[in-house]
Design a protein around this ligand. Structure first.
Ligand SMILES: *Cc1c(COP(=O)(O)O)cnc(C)c1O
Length: 404
């Protein structure tokens, strides 16, 4: 028998949903730009951007229009056919990056899953079946499928799920010697985030990334950049690897790409792609016309000088407001990250209070995220207005006044 619940409340979550999350005490029902409203009509300023996803804010009119138009034409057609939005989007991703081939999927984890499979497949076809080692980094995050949590550098996400896939090793981020110690002719790929996102907004050093690239070239290992969180304008360039002047062999993107519609992509070169044949890998929904038409518009809007240079200006404004707040409260020791992926590192005495601080911010009408143990993370819309920044930071200040 199905029990009907009459009133949808936060408590319904505890009765109905697998308890893998502990969501905020309120339920958002509407969003517009960088503002959100809950069931009671209370308004919030959103510095979380749906965890770096709603890159153009909530319900952007152009995305809305494109989604509506495409929904009247064709929603789903399967990979038995190709479709126009997928081909147009692929063309835009290729012409704006190092890559010449695209694979579409629906989530970050699936894009990484495809990347890791491609790397091992390529190494075993071109070299030999022993060349299957994957090197990743402690504290990294690459998604929640079993392969991707095993590659990810936080064992709490992969322990107790049975035997893990073998030949995965973890080096220390920004410590090149630990990579040198591990890498050899049996290494298939090295995978890294350019800014460790979930791990606490920790940027990779330029020299480190360059040296990893050199080591990969020396041992014929593929370099995979997971730009699922840092890609598509988040840091003020379309792809963060542009800052490093280092190109990967495989790149994964998701989050900001769909502006809130689920889509991800794995990009690679012709040479690497050439080992793949029909049937070797696949997905039911990947590359569906609804997702691709929305993502195409996201790229059109974000990949402009105006939006990308705006990211840096908005970032500067937020950081200067944060420094002002810090003068009064001495809350944090460091601000790190790039563009609109900002990590506020709390002073040790505040790190235990991080969830009290978050709740207090919610009560005051401002939404932020955490990352790692002691970092408040901001990943707002790339087009958040100055007015919303200023108002949000006022609320931030008031919330701290009440809770510290
Ligand atoms: C979010 C994220 C993922 C996982 O994406 P999902 O869509 O949740 O599967 C993978 N890598 C990085 C760097 C991420 O930030």
């Amino acid at each position: 028998m199905i029990k009907k619940i009459k009133l949808i409340t936060r408590d319904s979550f505890n009765q109905l949903i697998l308890p893998v999350y502990n969501p905020a005490f309120f339920i958002p029902v509407k969003g517009k730009g960088s503002r959100i409203w809950d069931q009671k009509g209370k308004e919030y300023i959103d510095f979380s951007g749906g965890i770096a996803v709603t890159s153009l804010g909530h319900c952007h009119p152009v995305l809305n229009k494109v989604l509506n138009q495409q929904s009247k034409k064709l929603w789903h057609i399967s990979n038995v056919f190709t479709n126009e939005p997928a081909l147009r989007l692929a063309d835009k991703l290729i012409s704006s990056s190092f890559a010449s081939r695209v694979f579409f999927a629906n989530s970050g984890a699936e894009a990484n899953e495809a990347a890791f499979k491609l790397a091992r497949y390529y190494s075993s076809k071109i070299y030999n079946s022993k060349k299957n080692k994957i090197i990743s980094f402690y504290n990294s995050f690459h998604g929640r499928t079993f392969f991707t949590v095993s590659v990810g550098g936080q064992s709490k996400y992969s322990d107790f799920f049975g035997p893990k896939p073998p030949a995965i090793m973890h080096a220390k981020f920004n410590k090149i010697d630990t990579v040198k110690d591990m890498i050899d002719e049996n290494t298939s790929a090295v995978v890294m985030e350019l800014i460790q996102g979930e791990g606490g907004i920790i940027p990779a050093d330029v020299s480190f990334v360059k040296e990893v690239r050199d080591l990969c070239c020396k041992y014929n290992a593929l370099l995979i950049f997971d730009e699922i969180q840092t890609g598509i304008g988040r840091t003020g360039k379309l792809y963060s690897y542009e800052y490093y002047e280092v190109q990967p062999d495989i790149l994964t993107i998701a989050k900001s790409l769909g502006g809130g519609f689920p889509i991800s992509a794995m990009l690679t070169t012709n040479q690497i792609a050439s080992v793949m044949k029909p049937g070797i890998h696949g997905t039911t929904y990947g590359g569906n016309p609804l997702a691709c038409s929305v993502a195409e518009s996201v790229i059109d809007i974000v990949n402009t000088k105006k939006i990308l240079s705006g990211v840096e200006k908005k970032s500067e404004k937020i950081i200067s407001e944060l420094h002002f707040i810090n003068k009064r409260f001495e809350l944090f020791t460091e601000i790190r990250g790039k563009g609109l992926l900002i990590g506020i590192v709390l002073r040790p005495e505040f790190s235990e209070k991080i969830y009290d601080i978050l709740n207090s911010l919610f009560l005051e009408g401002v939404i932020v995220l955490t990352a790692g143990k002691n970092v408040i993370r901001l990943a707002p819309s790339l087009i958040i207005s100055k007015r919303d920044i200023v108002e949000g930071m006022k609320r931030f200040y008031r919330a701290l006044e009440k809770c510290l």
